[in-house]
Design a protein around this ligand. Structure first.
Ligand code: URA
Ligand code: CA
Length: 436
């Protein structure tokens, strides 16, 4: 087999066999297929798409390029969730404890933030003392004892994805449904999940800008799940504004604690998306027979404080100081807070969620490069949502600041991310579709 023939085959729209896909992926991981040929093949995939059989084989080959975590010693259906990435998306820190409080088993491996999107590991590390580098044995022990643990990757998980993603990032080949779908699903499958709930974001702050593209990505990932025998459900939710009000690591941990304390009203976007994801997880884990029953259980876990207790138990098990559970303001103590005002009075007509994420990054909440350090306390809290009326003397957002070097740039980025209009904007849904 020659790599150049396989590039030509994909370029001309023909279907690759299982052996051919293994040749490409395993060859690349071993260093036998050079970067330039892999990049050419990835670009051909971007232009010609892949069949569902090809996507299934690509995903399976990526899974077995490294270690596969075995969670079979843990009781029950191990159910995971994944979001395709957004701004102010604190759902994992709310959903995992709620599902565990309802009897679920959540053994989850999360990632770090890069660019405008946040990462759950960084949010966890805003808790003093907490370590996300657990051995696989300790990770399983915590899940066994309290029903949940969210940690960094253990072992050599999905090296094919790491190598392919790094190449895609610098060759203009990130935005491709088969490549995104296989990248996400291979990591979820390798980390041992029996069942997976996917939150596919659509809108200005998401990979997928149109509902049609989001639907195709969601459908492709659900099909991969079926191909490898993992029950998978996808929901398509809105990312035309930050999901919660907080953007920043300690600020988002604080928002998760407040959500689990029952401080968000029904109808709030963060609350609604958390309830939707958690209810699908309970259904997949056979812990509820209907959406209504799942929601009833989740509401009880919120109202009784059982969800918050699960989060506290996890933070403690991971070495964290849990004083922040009683007083979440400990997580975002900064030198100064600064309000940002709108250009004029009117309705909040549109938000560019990416720019809002970038504004938080400029304050030190996110990384431009993988090696950058972040400040857990800084970031911003939005004070208005899309559709709200705002007077020119009302704050649009509050910035939490320690380091002033890029403060002016952050404030200006935030102000220009929000469009104000005289008429109220058209309403858009929070949840577009559920694909099972
Ligand atoms: N997230 C991933 O893990 N992989 C992609 O390709 C895109 C988003
Ligand atoms: Ca093809």
């Amino acid at each position: 087999m020659r790599m150049v023939d396989l590039i030509l085959k994909t370029r001309s729209g023909k279907e690759l066999s299982r052996r051919e896909i293994e040749f490409i992926v395993n060859g690349f991981v071993k260093g036998e297929v050079p970067d330039y040929q892999m990049a050419a093949w990835l670009m051909a995939v971007c232009f010609t798409d892949m069949t569902s059989a090809e996507i299934g084989e690509l995903t399976r080959t990526m899974v077995y390029s490294g270690d596969v975590v075995d969670l079979s010693s843990l009781r029950g259906v191990k159910v995971d969730k994944h979001s395709t990435g957004g701004v102010g998306d604190t759902t994992t820190l709310v959903v995992a404890p709620l599902v565990a409080a309802c009897g679920g088993t959540v053994a989850k491996m999360s990632g770090r933030g890069l660019g405008h999107t946040g990462g759950t590991l960084d949010k966890l590390e805003s808790v003093p003392g907490l370590s996300v580098s657990l051995s696989e044995a300790r990770f399983k022990q915590i899940v066994d004892e309290i029903g949940l643990c969210v940690t960094g990757q253990t072992g050599n998980l999905d090296p094919a994805d790491k190598l392919i993603y790094a190449l895609r990032d610098v060759t203009g080949t990130v935005e491709s449904v088969p490549l995104i779908a296989s990248s996400i699903m291979s990591k979820k499958i390798a980390s041992g999940a029996d069942a997976i709930v996917l939150d596919v974001k659509v809108g200005s702050g998401a990979f997928m800008q149109t509902l049609e593209d989001a639907r195709r990505l969601a459908r492709t990932m659900v099909d991969i799940g079926a191909h490898v025998g993992r029950r998978t459900v996808a929901v398509i939710t809105d990312m035309n504004q930050p999901l919660g009000m907080a953007v920043g690591n300690g600020l988002e941990m604080k928002e998760a604690i407040e959500t689990l304390s029952g401080r968000l009203p029904e109808g709030d976007p963060l609350y609604e998306v958390c309830m939707l994801l958690a209810s699908k997880m309970l259904l997949l884990a056979n812990l509820a027979q209907s959406d209504a029953e799942a929601r009833e259980k989740l509401k009880a876990a919120l109202d009784s404080g059982a969800g918050l207790k699960k989060l506290e138990a996890m933070l403690r098990a991971m070495g964290g100081d849990t004083a922040c559970v009683k007083d979440p303001s400990l997580l975002c103590r900064v030198k100064r807070k600064l309000d940002v005002f709108p250009a004029g009075s009117g309705y909040v007509a549109d938000m560019d969620a990416v720019s809002i994420g970038v504004a938080a990054q400029l304050l030190g909440a996110g990384r431009a490069k993988k090696e950058d350090a972040i400040d857990p306390a800084v970031g911003l809290v939005m004070r208005k949502r899309r559709g709200d009326y705002i007077r020119r003397d009302e704050p649009l957002a509050t910035l939490y600041v320690n380091e002033s070097a890029r403060l002016a740039e952050a404030a200006s980025k935030l102000r220009s991310a929000v469009a104000i209009s005289k008429a109220p904007p058209e309403r858009i849904p929070m949840v577009y579709e559920v694909i099972e």
